[in-house]
Structure formats: structure tokens, C-alpha cells
Design a protein around this ligand. Structure first.
Ligand SMILES: *Cc1c(COP(=O)(O)O)cnc(C)c1O
Length: 462
């Protein structure tokens, strides 16, 4: 197209009103929620960027598909549509539906792993790590060197460290049930993994006779970055690139709440016949019969359609560009963010932005509260409230104090992003007034979800 404005590649047919709040109402809501954004009522939020998981908008075609859901217990027509859609993209032999990503993980890990084994990954997502550790498997993160420098601009900061992978496979020969690669690397800032990196990792795994499993929650966003950034890939369609990515793998786990464009769903796909049989038996125990796996027939219909829509180039361009546009505006205004912008989220570096707040007073948590107070924006702290408490009960500051703003798919438009920019810049202009927070009461595990906090000195903005 000769015009440079990237428009939302959809018209809006059903709308959900945003409930506006005043500054006074938000102050009261924040205090009532114990300065914990997880405890707010969603209705008290104007722009909700807590997560991109399951929060997307479905298309008319998906809603229409749902009316055709076949709710037969076994062998439903909807299952075969779903299976064909997944196989078309992944090329994998056995397709097993699950209610979300972590169910696919639990079923695969409990079928394929035993205590004392080791699983390498570029970076394990938290549920992936927890499901491995729950059965005594050591989850090893092998992120590439560029990944540890937030301000460094590099095209594929999600890559796995190949030399470290080779060492891990050699040192743990016979104890690695499979290796994993997460695309895009969620915990590493939504950064993509290159085709060359997946190809090389796959070759190493084959040499060591270790299967390679993709955690493919954001496979379409990863394919788009490959198209844009990897030499020689610009002419290919995202679907073609995705097929090549999956071609290097022996299986995958998927949370369809991300690039499945559905509100609930997931799957596990495998080539190994014996392992797939074991996983199906495991599935029957906790999720359901292998042709529905804990989902309704209509969920499988919506997912089959979503998997095709997510590979649309106009959709991917709009999505990735929205995040990049926000990143450019923030960077130009001097707001420190993790570079370059990833696929699904922006990460503000709160330690760089609020150097006057010591890490023990949770600068990223304080910043996320200030964004809510000023503009009704909900984000999430990825810092020392989330990660600071050690298993032995001591405190150790997290490596970074980040505020993540994750974008639901097809939900917000350019003007929402422009509003967001205004809010962040306004908070940036009064940053010296933001005070830290302290824990009032917190459970020992996963404390960020339920902890009670309060501002140091009684007020968040001095
Ligand atoms: C969301 C996510 C999961 C877990 O999926 P759920 O659907 O939330 O259970 C696993 N891996 C990655 C990379 C994810 O982003």
C-alpha cells in the first residue's frame, strides 16, 4: 500500500464500554486493594494491560464457528477441525487438546520426565519451571549473552545460548528427556528467537538424540519478527516461516490464550507415538477424553479459526507496530524501557526511572501503582515483590525492577495507545514525587497475587 498509516485491520462490531473513574475514585480503589493491582476490580481499570493471556477479542468468524460446536463426547466434528488447523501449521502427528498451556506442560512432563533429570530452555516460563520442579526435574535457563543487557538493541535477544546448550547436553548425557525453546521468549521480554538459532539447536539435539519441544505460545509473533529481521526471510509468509520453525521440533506445548486468539484453550503436539499414547492416558485422568481435553466443542472451533487469523500479515503488522510505536514515543521522551520492544509488551525499567527509591522499597511496584492512580492503567510489577523472597525466607533483590504493560490482542486501538503514552509521560514528569512501598502482610509463596502493601510515609505521591 502506498500509505504509511497502519490501521487496525478490523472494524468493530461489538463494543464493551470502558467505565471511567476519577482520580479520587482510583485513590479509594487502590487503598481498598491494599496497593495491590491484582486485587482491584477490573471495572475500576480504564486500560487493562495486566496480561495478554486470554484477554483478546474474538472475531465474527470465531463467534460464528462457536455456534457450530459439536459437543459430542467422543469424535466430535469440532475436534477434527481443530486437529487439522494445528497439523497444518505444526506438521506434528499427534494433536492433544488441553484447557490451557500449563495443562499441556503437566501432561507432557509427568509422562516424559523423572526426578533427577535436566531440561534446558532459553528461558522457562514460570508455570513451565514450576511443573518441571514439581516432579524433581532441574529447569536450566540458557539465555544468550545479549538477553541480559536491557538497553542493548539486538534482533534476536530470545535466542538460546548454543554453546551452553551443547555443554548441557554433553554433561547430562542420558538425563535430558528433551530440550525446550520458548518462542517468543516471554520471561525475557517477549524477544524473538531466530530460525537459524532454532535450526542449530535442533541439530545439536539430534546429535545427542534428545527431542526438541517448542513452547510455542507466541509462534506467530515470533514468525513475524523472523520475517522482519532475519536475512533472507522478508519474502516469506508468516505461515511458511512458522511451518519451518515447527519442522525443527519433535513436539510443542501451546497456551492458545496467546497466539490462539481465544479466551481459553491450549494443546500438546508430538511426533513420538509411544509418548503420545502415554500423554493421552494421562489426559483422560485429569483433563478429559482425547478429542476434547477439557474444552467445549465450541472452544475447539474458535481455536481452529484463531490459529489461521493470527498468521494474517496485516494483523501481525498492526500488533507488533502498536507495541513498537509506544516504545518509540517513550524512548524519545527519555523513559527507560527494555530494548528493543518485544511482541506482546513494553517493560519500563523502574530502577533507572526512579533512582531515588531503593530496591528494598520496590520501585517497580510503586511505579505500577502511580500509573493506576494517574491514568487508571493496570500493569504488572516484575521485580522484587514477585521474585525477592527466597525459598529459605530471606530477601534478595531481583535482577531487574520492571513494570510490564502487556497488550491484549485486537482490543485496544491507536487512541488507547496515545492515551497510555500521555499517562506514562505525565507520571514521568512527576517521578521525583513517587515514594516507595513496603509489605504489610504477604504469604510465603507467590506473594504478589495477594500481598498487602502500603506507601512508605503514608502517601504514594509526596
Ligand atoms: C502463558 C504461558 C504459558 C502457560 O500457559 P497458560 O495458558 O497460562 O497455562 C507457558 N509458557 C509461556 C511462554 C506462556 O507465555
Amino acid at each position: 500500500m502506498p500509505f504509511k498509516t497502519i490501521i487496525e485491520p478490523f472494524r468493530i462490531k461489538a463494543v464493551e464500554p470502558i467505565r471511567f473513574t476519577t482520580r479520587e475514585q482510583r485513590e479509594a480503589a487502590l487503598a481498598a486493594a491494599d496497593y495491590n493491582l491484582f486485587k482491584l476490580r477490573a471495572e475500576d481499570v480504564i486500560i487493562d494491560l495486566l496480561t495478554d493471556s486470554g484477554t483478546g477479542a474474538m472475531s465474527a468468524a470465531q463467534w460464528a464457528g462457536m455456534m457450530q460446536g459439536d459437543e459430542s463426547y467422543a469424535g466430535a466434528r469440532s475436534f477434527f477441525k481443530f486437529e487439522a488447523a494445528v497439523r497444518d501449521i505444526t506438521g506434528l502427528r499427534h494433536i492433544i487438546p488441553t484447557h490451557q498451556g500449563r495443562a499441556a506442560e503437566r501432561i507432557l512432563f509427568s509422562s516424559a520426565c523423572t526426578a533427577g533429570q535436566v531440561v534446558p530452555n532459553n528461558t522457562h516460563f514460570d508455570t513451565t519451571r514450576a511443573n518441571l520442579e514439581a516432579i524433581g526435574v532441574r529447569a536450566v535457563d540458557l539465555r544468550c549473552a545479549e538477553a541480559t543487557q536491557p538497553s542493548l538493541i539486538a534482533p534476536f535477544k530470545g535466542n538460546i545460548d548454543l554453546a551452553a546448550l551443547e555443554r548441557c547436553l554433553a554433561e547430562n548425557a542420558g538425563r535430558v528427556p528433551f530440550a525446550m525453546i520458548t518462542v517468543t521468549n516471554n520471561s525475557g521480554g517477549g524477544q524473538p528467537v531466530s530460525l537459524a538459532n532454532i535450526r542449530a539447536a535442533s541439530a545439536l539435539c539430534r546429535q545427542h538424540r534428545v527431542p526438541l519441544i517448542l513452547d510455542c505460545c507466541r509462534f506467530a509473533e515470533n514468525a513475524w519478527f523472523i520475517k522482519r529481521r532475519e536475512p533472507g526471510q522478508a519474502h516469506r509468509t508468516p505461515a511458511d516461516i512458522a511451518r519451518e520453525m515447527f519442522g525443527y521440533a519433535d513436539g510443542c506445548t501451546m497456551s492458545a490464550k496467546k497466539d490462539g486468539l481465544v479466551n481459553i484453550g491450549g494443546f500438546l503436539a508430538l511426533n513420538d507415538d509411544a509418548l503420545a499414547a502415554k500423554c493421552r492416558n494421562n489426559l483422560i485422568l485429569t483433563e478429559g477424553f482425547p478429542t476434547y481435553g477439557g474444552l467445549a466443542g465450541y472452544d475447539l472451533e474458535a481455536l481452529a479459526v484463531g490459529l489461521r487469523e493470527v498468521l494474517d500479515e496485516h494483523y501481525l503488522e498492526y500488533r507488533i507496530r502498536s507495541v513498537e510505536y509506544l516504545g518509540e514515543k517513550l524512548t524519545a521522551a527519555g523513559v527507560p524501557i527494555v530494548q528493543p520492544t518485544g511482541g506482546h509488551a513494553i517493560y519500563i525499567d523502574a530502577r533507572a526511572m526512579l533512582p531515588h527509591i531503593p530496591q528494598g522499597e520496590f520501585p517497580a511496584w510503586a511505579l505500577s501503582c502511580a500509573l493506576y492512580l494517574e491514568g487508571g492503567v493496570r500493569s504488572v510489577e516484575i521485580g522484587s515483590v514477585m521474585f525477592g523472597r527466597q525459598p529459605d525466607g530471606t530477601e534478595k533483590p531481583a535482577a531487574m525492577e520492571l513494570v510490564r504493560l502487556a497488550f491484549p490482542r485486537r482490543v485496544y486501538t491507536q487512541s488507547h495507545v496515545d492515551y497510555l503514552i500521555e499517562v506514562i509521560l505525565s507520571v514521568n514528569s512527576l517521578k521525583s514525587r513517587i515514594r516507595g512501598v513496603h509489605l504489610v502482610e504477604a504469604p510465603p509463596l507467590l506473594r504478589h497475587f495477594t500481598a498487602r502493601l502500603a506507601p512508605v510515609g503514608g502517601t504514594l505521591l509526596a
